[in-house]
Every structure is written in structure tokens, then in C-alpha cells.
Write a protein that binds this ligand. Structure first.
Ligand code: IVH
Length: 682
């Protein structure tokens, strides 16, 4: 018996032991089984109770107590650790041929050694290739004694104090542990944790991390474990170094055993026969990788039988029995050769990075958006920098950030131009806005092109065959200065433009003729008045009945329209106060464009005076369909639920709006209910 425990009542000792086991069990449930059963608050409560008891009885404190995860003073530097068994890396494969060749090499060797029959295929495990940092954890008699980074494979850095702060790393193994176990695996950060961390870093004005891997690396390399403790790092086991006192026979058994010992092992793994099954696993993980909570950069195949692994052995630093099959990189570095600006329909000026062509995410990328001036400052990207470019899935490529270590002495900071590069008008950035805009309006060719593209779009006039290339030519040749000029085009002149055959020209003129009597709502939307979306355009059309009446409307009349507030009203007034815009409208009317207004509703409509909110996915109706039908029945559609809401129409995966409706006692309909209601008025 120790000196301390002499003075401690046996009951206390038992309570402390129970609390520790309970806390370890909750950690295990949360981090290993991914099935927590208590709230964070309850967990904290257990910790506080344990801390209090340990404070009263310091002699009971042991290193494996969960209260001892964060401790010790900041280090001056990390000590070096020589690995008992070297930490190797893996050879990389990118193509199916590489995997067939790997499988053939393995099979040939095993057959030559008499370990595989002629008609047999090799059994492999396939696992995720976690995109983090390799780590080796040394347990002696079940207790975590040391944690080391990979380093050069022979000698790494002692990061024990930091690793102890990871709640997914057990301080004590469960069950049937061996005398010595060096577990190897990856330290990583979940994407959701990474996003939260970066938000917090930004709020505190601290360093933003470019990706979860860098955040994990930066967090693990802190000399002060109290900082690491605040970073949401996790551990995932996939292998081992030294084991004394047990000998697994296969990779799959070893991982299953690690799970029994309380170590986190990812469930996305399996046993496969031969190359073709491995390639199926690869394809399925490539599909599912975005749904995983963490980044993976490929999958790893390992010969399952350990005696076969031994026969295959190593070549240089990599094993012959395992290979990493990488996904096409989603991030690459390349040179930022320039930053240019693009002018959008509303004059918004977007800086665009010009890049030395780089193959990333399966395509060659030469441009990437930089969003706005503040974003460039925040990321501190400069022309001349080597930057990280990311293209994940179908998302548009973006510049993640510079590689500061590679920054040359001479770089250029981006300066937002004071004049529009297309029309020379002043560039303005309003107080409180992130976006700078060209003030040239429709005088600016770039804005004109984008406005025409918008007007021709499906939700506006829907003119088939009027694409970007033709609009560029029509605007550049000054044949089209405004939307109205579109209606004066003739086949004979169109055929003179590049890539315009007679047939396409005729089709285009026919398409334009078809929209000479557009609905007033569509025409108003096509004008591209800022703040006026499709629905508002339709409401304005219903309310005013003609474009002339709308142009005469004052603020009060505008504010009377559904969903029109001061900002929208102001924008409409400003648009029509601009002589150029009035001229365009007049020219449209002169060119024979005759907007039509849907017949004003007759009699009492079933939904008149009612406001509906749509939420979730309806089984057959699209959002647009449902909206149209509600509007046609005299109802209004709103985006948020309040006491004034008449009905909430809820589909699958309805979220907070449905909950709010239930809270407020608002009537809830499903699609069938909505249709029945609409029919009741017919
Ligand atoms: S096994 C002897 N399995 O990839 C083989 N490594 O390029 C040792 N990695 O340094 C590695 N996931 O950091 C193995 N399921 C996995 C892995 C994995 C990620 C990392 C590890 C290693 C690097 C090799």
C-alpha cells in the first residue's frame, strides 16, 4: 500500500476508479464506437467530480487518469525518439494498371514461395489512406508511455504530452493487451472541426489553416500541450511496430484486435481477393469520400496474411506487400502569375487568379476565383506566390492560400483598379460591402454582355440559341447596345457573324419573334433591376399591369407590393430614374415588344389573403411548380414561418421551418393536402 492510500477511505478509492472507468468508457463510445450516450455537459460533470476527488486526495492521481491528459510545462524543443521498428512509407499507384502489376508481383512471389496455389488469388485488406500525419504510440503493460512522429522513419520527435491530450487516444488499453504494443496510425482533423477551428482563429485574428492536414500538423507540433489540447485532433490506427507478448496472424485480425483494445479503427475497410475487387473498393471509396467526416487521399491495399507479408519483405523504404492507390489530387501547388478582374452583370468586380496550368481534381486549371478584395487580403495571396489550388468534386477551383515558405523576395500585392478595365468608369466600393463595382452601368460592355446573357436566360425571356459567344460578337461589333436592339436583328446580318449558319440564324430569329409578347413578369426580370428576382418581378407585374404604370409608381405604391421593402423599392426607383434605362424600355416598346399580363384573378381565389411557406422536398412538385400554383390561386409564398403564416407545406427532409410551424401551431400540409386545397377552389 502506498503512503497516500493509507489515509484514503476505501470508498473514495473505489469511486475514483469507477469515475475513471466511466469517463474512459464514454471517450471510447464517443471516439471509437461513434455512439455517445451522454451529453458533453454530463461528461464534464463526471470530470469535475473526479477532479474534485483527486484534489482532495492527490495521492490517488495516476498518469492514466483522464484528468492528466493536459499537463506539464511547455517544452523548449521536442526530444528525439528512435523507433524500435522503423516507420516506413508506401509506394504510390495511380492507375488500374499499377494495381494489376502490383497484384501480379505479389502473386508471383507467393507462388514461387509455395504460399499460393496456381488457381488462387491473393487476399488483401483495403483501407482508407488518411490524409494526416503518421504517429507511433507505445503502450507498455497497457499504459500509454510514448508517442512519436515519423520523422525520417528511424528517428522521430517525442510528442507524448501533445498526444495525451487527444481523447480518442486511450491512456490505458482495455481487455487483453500485450506487454508492449507500438500502435501506428494517423493523426487527423475532421473537416467540420477544421471549419470551426478556422472560424475561431479568424475571430481571434489568428492564423487560418489551409486544410485539415496542415491544421493537424500545426496543432501537433505545438511545444505547449495546452494549445494542442484545444485543437480537435483525432487518431486512427492502421498498423503497428513492435509487439511483445502476442502475435496477430493477419492484418484484418490485428485491426479487429486493436478495436478490442479500445483503439479507434476506421470501419471503412474490408477483405478482397485479387486486383479487380481492390479496384471496386477504390471506385466506391472515391464516390463516398466526400461523405466521410475526414479527408482521405486514396486507399491502401495490404496483403492480409502476415507470413506472406514477411516473405514479400521491403524494397528500400516501402513494403512490397502494400501499396497506396491515390485519388487524383484535389490540391496542388502552382504559380500565381497574375490577378485580373472580371466584371459581372451588376458591375460586381471579381478578382480572378491566373495560374500556371496545373492538373488538379482531374482537370487542368488555369484560372481560379479569388472572390473579392478582402478575401485576397485575408489569405495574403500575392502575384508571384506559389499557391495551393483546390478543386474538390465539381466545385469551381479556388486558391486556398500561399505557400509562405516559397514566397520570393519580389511579390506584388493586388490592388483593386480604380477604373473599370472594360469601360473605364469609376470603380466604387460601398461602405460595409465586400464587393467593388463598376459604376458604368449599361455603358460598360462587360455589364451589357452579362445583362444580355441574363435576359436571354431560361427564367427571363428564354431565348434559345443566344449564347455567350454570339453575345460577345454582337456587343463588340456594337450591333447591340441594349436589349431592345435584339428585336431588330435580321437573318441576313446574323449569318455574317462567326460560327453562324443560315439555319441557326433563322432559328434564333424565330426564337426572338416568339418572345415579342413576353409576360410582363418575365420582361421585368429580364431587365435585371437589382434586388428584383423572379417572384418580385411577377408580383410587380400583377400589381401594376403595365411597364408604364410601374415606371410611374412612387415609393409608397411600390411598398404596397408583396415582399417589397425599402431596399427593393429604392432599387426600382433608381433603375427607372436612370434616363438610359427609360430609353431602353421605350426602345423595347418601339421595337414592337408587347408585354402581356396574366388575366387578373376573377372572383375569390381559394388562397387569397393566405401566406404559405414551402419546406423540404415535395414528392412530385418542384419548388417552382408549387409556388406558381399557389400564386395562381391568389396566395403568397414566404420564406419564413411566423404567426401570420396560414399553412406550411412540408416535404421530405423539412427542417427548422417545420419545427417552428409546430411550435407556433401553424397548419401543416403535405403535397397531397396542398393539391386538395388548390382543387377545392376550382
Ligand atoms: S500503412 C509499412 N495504412 O500513408 C506501411 N499508411 O505513404 C506503413 N497512411 O506514412 C503505412 N493511411 O502516414 C498505412 N491505412 C493506412 C494509411 C497509411 C494513411 C499514411 C501513413 C504513411 C503514409 C505512407
Amino acid at each position: 500500500m502506498t503512503k497516500g492510500s493509507n489515509q484514503v477511505a476505501p470508498g473514495v478509492q473505489e469511486t475514483v476508479r469507477q469515475l475513471r472507468d466511466e469517463i474512459a468508457a464514454h471517450n471510447h463510445r464517443y471516439y471509437v464506437l461513434d455512439a455517445p450516450i451522454i451529453s458533453d455537459a454530463k461528461y464534464d460533470e463526471l470530470m469535475v467530480r473526479l477532479q474534485a476527488l483527486e484534489q482532495q486526495h492527490p495521492d490517488l492521481i495516476v498518469p492514466e487518469s483522464p484528468t492528466q491528459r493536459v499537463g506539464g510545462a511547455p517544452l523548449a524543443a521536442f526530444d528525439s525518439v528512435r523507433h524500435a521498428v522503423p516507420m516506413r512509407s508506401l509506394g504510390n499507384a495511380f492507375d488500374p494498371e499499377d494495381i494489376h502489376a502490383f497484384d501480379k508481383r505479389v502473386a508471383d512471389t507467393l507462388r514461387a514461395a509455395g504460399m499460393l496455389g496456381l488457381d488462387q488469388t491473393v487476399q488483401y485488406t483495403a483501407e482508407c489512406k488518411f490524409d494526416g500525419l503518421a504517429i507511433s504510440l507505445r503502450y507498455e503493460n497497457g499504459l500509454l508511455m510514448q508517442a512519436a512522429t515519423r520523422g525520417d522513419g528511424q528517428v522521430g520527435e517525442d510528442v507524448t504530452s501533445n498526444i495525451r491530450t487527444l481523447r480518442s487516444v486511450p491512456l490505458k488499453l482495455r481487455g487483453d493487451f500485450p506487454e508492449v504494443l507500438e500502435v501506428r496510425g494517423e493523426v487527423l482533423m475532421y473537416r467540420s472541426d477544421f471549419d470551426k477551428l478556422n472560424q475561431a482563429q479568424q475571430a481571434r485574428g489568428e492564423k487560418i489553416f489551409v486544410n485539415p492536414r496542415n491544421a493537424a500538423a500545426g496543432s501537433l507540433r505545438q511545444l505547449d500541450p495546452r494549445i494542442t489540447a484545444k485543437r480537435p485532433l483525432r487518431f486512427m490506427a492502421y498498423g503497428w511496430g513492435q509487439i511483445v507478448g502476442a502475435q496477430p496472424q493477419t492484418q484484418s485480425d490485428a485491426l479487429a484486435w486493436f478495436e478490442q483494445l479500445g483503439l479507434p479503427v476506421n470501419a471503412e475497410r474490408g477483405l478482397f481477393q485479387g486486383a479487380s475487387q481492390l479496384l471496386e473498393f477504390y471506385a466506391s471509396m472515391d464516390q463516398r469520400r466526400r461523405a466521410l467526416p475526414f479527408d482521405i487521399d486514396g486507399v491502401v491495399y495490404k496483403v492480409n496474411a502476415l507470413d506472406a507479408q514477411e516473405v514479400l519483405g521491403y524494397v528500400a523504404r516501402a513494403p512490397r506487400f502494400a501499396i497506396a492507390h491515390k485519388f487524383p489530387a484535389q490540391e496542388e501547388t502552382t504559380l500565381l502569375t497574375g490577378i485580373e478582374v472580371q466584371v459581372g452583370r451588376t458591375g460586381a468586380i471579381t478578382p480572378v487568379a491566373r495560374l500556371k496550368p496545373v492538373f488538379v481534381g482531374g482537370v487542368t486549371v488555369t484560372n481560379a476565383t479569388l472572390h473579392n478584395e478582402d478575401e485576397i487580403r485575408r489569405k495574403d495571396v500575392r502575384v508571384g506566390d506559389t499557391v495551393i489550388v483546390r478543386r474538390a468534386g465539381d466545385v469551381i477551383p479556388e486558391v486556398v492560400g500561399p505557400v509562405i515558405e516559397l514566397r520570393p523576395a519580389e511579390t506584388q500585392l493586388f490592388v483593386m483598379p480604380s477604373a473599370c478595365p472594360v469601360c473605364g468608369s469609376a470603380v466604387q466600393r460601398l461602405e460595409g460591402e465586400a464587393i467593388s463595382r463598376c459604376t458604368g452601368g449599361l455603358f460598360c460592355a462587360a455589364q451589357r454582355k452579362q445583362s444580355l446573357l441574363h435576359a436571354a436566360g431560361r427564367k427571363a425571356l428564354d431565348i434559345e440559341g443566344l449564347g455567350e459567344k454570339l453575345i460577345d460578337q454582337l456587343v463588340d461589333s456594337e450591333r447591340i447596345r441594349s436589349l431592345a436592339d435584339l428585336f431588330t436583328l435580321r437573318v441576313e446580318e446574323l449569318v455574317l457573324y462567326d460560327r453562324m449558319g443560315r439555319k441557326s440564324a433563322e432559328n434564333l430569329i424565330e426564337a426572338i419573334d416568339k418572345v415579342r409578347s413576353p409576360s410582363l413578369g418575365n420582361l421585368l426580370f429580364a431587365l435585371g433591376i437589382r434586388q428584383v428576382g423572379e417572384t418580385t418581378a411577377r408580383d410587380l407585374a400583377q400589381r401594376f399591369g403595365s411597364i408604364e404604370a410601374l415606371m410611374r409608381a412612387d415609393e409608397e405604391a411600390l411598398l404596397a407590393v408583396n415582399d417589397v421593402g425599402p431596399v427593393v423599392a429604392h432599387s426600382i426607383l433608381q433603375f427607372f430614374a436612370e434616363p438610359h434605362n427609360r430609353e431602353v424600355v421605350q426602345a423595347l416598346l418601339d421595337a414592337g415588344v408587347q408585354p402581356t399580363v396574366e388575366a387578373a384573378p376573377v372572383g375569390r381565389l381559394v388562397l387569397s389573403g393566405k401566406t404559405l411557406v414551402l419546406t423540404g422536398t415535395l414528392p412530385t412538385l418542384t419548388r417552382d411548380d408549387a409556388t406558381r400554383r399557389i400564386l395562381a390561386a391568389g396566395g403568397k409564398v414566404s420564406g419564413s414561418v411566423s404567426k401570420k403564416t396560414s399553412y406550411v407545406v412540408a416535404g421530405e427532409e423539412a427542417g427548422s421551418k417545420l419545427t417552428k410551424a409546430q411550435d407556433l401551431g401553424v397548419a401543416i400540409l403535405d403535397e397531397a393536402g396542398l393539391i386538395a386545397l388548390l382543387k377545392s377552389g376550382q
